[in-house]
Design a protein around this ligand. Structure first.
Ligand code: MOS
Length: 730
């Protein structure tokens, strides 16, 4: 498999990006003359050379290069193309960039202070999603509420209030972001890159380059992991601009240092959660505030901050609710959506607090959860009717598997539980399917296989529906020139949505095949079905290959398309304000359980056993799903215990993989997966999204197990050995 990072063209130049060394500064001087004169340098672009367009997902606040000011350490200021990457790098160093530092804000609370410097003084002039409420450093403010919260708190048996904090986490994909761009003589651009969203990339590049989108072709060869970090334009626009400037193909690929200072990490959050309960531990009301730091540009922050509220409600019956979320600008890296965006952060808060409540009321944390979890037909936080609800079963099976009744099996050893829910994201998918004369099928999809096996799942669905084997189906790689539109590999939607589109196309092919069989035999079309590579019925068995050949000669060939969109379920609009994603489609439910020990002297955490009970609706491919679960848990363990992009005064201290500590094979235990199958109404065979959920619960489950083992609770991630032993002040 050729990955985007491997991709090369003859005569290709290499591009490098000059990035701001300061978190907030006015650009006094930017002079590229010396760099341009260097041997091997073929072209340089800065803000002066590109259209003054601002792009962005929710808010159009992001320029290609810094113009008058830089807003974070790592913001692009210029890009250089040269004959080698080394020359391009040397040329970046030769660019004269003189900066006058400005006062900056490095966390959301500081950014909200009345006298805080504004990152975007012109925020009001930016185009944005109409649903968003914005002001100053607040990129978006949203709210979810219902019931009489005041009365509930006034009548409560107990009230609990806690504050939780989570840091920036890098998505940790193996392959850096990479793009090769080449222009043809007629003004058409092709970009080979590792984006998760080729059609979105096509549209954004067209806008940045100021050309019709039909002139931009985005091709995704292999992609070495994305996890949300490859949703947005990363280096593709620099490659395209440099290629246009030089008239040569240009490749741009990030270094580890760029990844850790200028990629799209999981947003940092501060969450305050206040909960009222009755004497029996029933939840009466919740009140809370999410501050989600989007960094210098909004990117996915408004959506992530808002979804944080749904996860903060948890899969629990909550009679009264008042939650507010703010996505806030700061002078740090423009963060993004990373696998279950906002999920682990909010789950860490709500599920840590559930254990605190259980402890205080003298209840078993499992019993407290089971008393409060949502059941089939209950209303979700936006007033939507919940269906396919399985959280109680997930909790019971995870607890059973971990040996829950013996929660503290040895000194310094303890077990923890956490549960959550998550959406299967909507958005449309189209596919073309063609049956070749050898009886094999080609599935043409604009979706990207990012390593989850989701397109294998869609191919399995197609094979099943056509009576073929998986080996008979070939999936054509994502190419915006040739493939039908797909909303992209995001939000755990690919197998669900592409699988459903494939079912629609298969139904049409089935109709065509049965009609051919009817014509050949004189039997009615309804007499036939597809089975084991043949059309079967009325004593006949006609190979699909025969009919495909026949159709090519006399019937135009066997070809069909299918499209699918999963519309959002109805909800109560009075419960939400300014919420871009008010309701979860086809929700999944899950519970994690962990058994671990903490070394009382060093604080080192050793995980003995880890169990995930996840409702996948229907397990299309159990092996791939288990792989997703294991990978998600590994990322969740990193977030729980060790991963953090550490800043001091707006500068990253650990922009390397020695000091940015991702778990390795030595740190990840065997993960046991229990696949619960409580079908969704919409998914293929009842399937629900599976990719994102596994990284939601690990921080909370591990926090609860650490508390069970040590009696100490950590309220901020990562829960380093130092915090466990010395406390969080140190
Ligand atoms: Mo995901 S964060 O929608 O790739």
């Amino acid at each position: 498999m050729v990955y985007a990072a491997d991709f090369a063209l003859p005569g290709m130049l290499h591009g490098k990006v000059l990035r701001s060394p300061l978190p907030h500064a006015r650009i006094r001087r930017l002079d590229v003359a010396a760099a341009r004169a260097m041997a091997g340098v073929r072209g340089i672009v800065t803000a002066a050379d590109v259209p003054a367009v601002r792009y962005g997902t929710a808010v159009r606040d992001t320029p290609v290069f810094a113009t008058d000011r830089v807003l974070f350490q790592g913001q692009a200021v210029a890009a250089v193309a040269a004959t080698t990457p080394e020359i391009a790098e040397a040329a970046c160093r030769a660019i004269a960039l003189e900066l006058d530092p400005l006062p900056a804000v490095f966390d959301a609370e500081a950014a909200l202070a009345p006298d805080a410097p504004l990152l975007h003084p012109d925020w009001a002039s930016y185009a944005a999603l109409p649903v968003l409420a914005r002001e100053g450093n607040i990129a978006a403010r949203a709210r979810m509420r219902h019931g009489d919260v005041e009365a509930a708190f006034a009548s409560a048996h107990r009230i609990y209030e806690h504050r939780f904090a989570t840091p920036l986490q890098h998505p940790g994909y193996t392959e850096p972001r990479a793009a090769v761009a080449a222009w043809e003589g007629d003004g058409r651009l092709t970009v080979w890159c590792n984006t998760q969203l080729p059609f979105d990339m096509q549209a954004v590049l067209a806008e940045i380059l100021d050309i019709p989108s039909g002139r931009v072709r985005v091709v995704v060869p292999g992609i070495g992991g994305g996890f949300g970090g490859k949703l947005r334009v990363g280096v593709e626009h620099y490659a395209a601009l440099l290629a246009r400037r030089t008239g040569r193909p240009v490749k741009v690929m990030t270094t580890t240092e760029e990844e850790l200072t200028a990629a799209y990490p999981r947003q940092a959050t501060t969450i305050t959660l206040r909960t009222a309960v009755d004497r029996e531990g029933r939840l009466l009301a919740r009140q809370g505030r999410v501050l989600l730091e989007c960094g210098a540009f909004a990117n996915s922050g408004p959506g992530s901050a808002a979804i944080c509220m749904q996860i903060l409600v948890g899969p629990y019956r909550t009679p009264a609710l008042d939650l507010e979320s703010l996505a806030v600008y700061t002078n740090r890296v423009a963060a993004g959506s990373f696998r279950a965006p906002a999920g682990p952060m909010a789950n860490f808060a709500v599920e840590s607090q559930m254990d605190i409540i259980a402890e205080d009321l003298g209840m078993d944390p499992l019993d407290l959860r089971l008393r409060n979890v949502v059941r089939e037909g209950d209303l979700g936080p936006a007033g939507e009717a919940l269906a396919g609800v399985s959280v109680a079963e997930c909790l019971e099976r995870a607890a059973e598997a971990i040996g829950w009744r013996e929660r503290r099996p040895a000194p310094n050893r303890g077990k923890g539980l956490a549960c959550s829910w998550w959406m299967t994201t909507g958005g449309s998918s189209g596919v073309f399917v063609r049956l070749a004369p050898d009886g094999t099928a080609t599935l043409v999809s604009g979706a990207v296989e990012i390593g989850t096996g989701a397109l294998t799942g869609a191919a399995q669905v197609l094979a099943e529906e056509l009576g073929l084997e998986l080996e008979d189906v070939r999936v054509a790689g994502a190419d915006t020139r040739d493939a039908p539109f797909d909303y992209g590999a995001q939000g755990s939607r690919t197998a669900f949505s592409v699988g459903n589109a494939a079912r629609v196309a298969a139904a049409e092919l089935r109709r065509q095949l049965c009609a051919l069989a009817a014509r050949r035999t004189g039997l009615p079309q309804e007499a036939f079905r597809l089975e084991r590579r043949a059309v079967v019925g009325g004593g006949h068995r006609i190979p699909i290959a025969d009919l495909a050949r026949e159709s090519q000669l006399s019937g135009g060939g066997l070809i069909a398309h299918g499209t699918y969109i999963n519309p959002a379920p109805p909800y109560d609009p009075t419960r939400v304000e300014n919420h871009p994603l008010p309701v979860f489609n086809a929700p999944s439910f899950h519970a994690h359980a962990v058994d671990l020990s903490v070394d009382p002297g060093t604080g080192e955490v050793t995980i003995h056993d880890y169990v995930v009970a996840q409702d996948v609706g229907f397990a299309i491919n159990p092996t791939w799903i288990e792989g997703q679960i294991e990978g998600g848990v590994a990322q969740g363990i990193g977030e729980a215990l060790s991963e953090e992009i550490v800043y001091r005064e707006g500068r990253v201290l650990n922009a390397n993989l020695t000091d940015y500590k991702m778990p390795t094979a030595q740190d990840v235990p065997r993960v046991r997966s229990i696949l619960v199958e409580c079908p969704s109404a919409a998914g293929p065979y009842g399937a629900k999204g599976v990719g994102e959920p596994p990284c939601i619960e690990p921080p909370a489950a591990i926090a609860n197990a650490i508390a069970a083992a040590t009696g100490r609770r950590v309220f901020s991630l990562p829960m380093t050995a130092e915090k466990i032993v010395l406390g969080e002040g140190g």
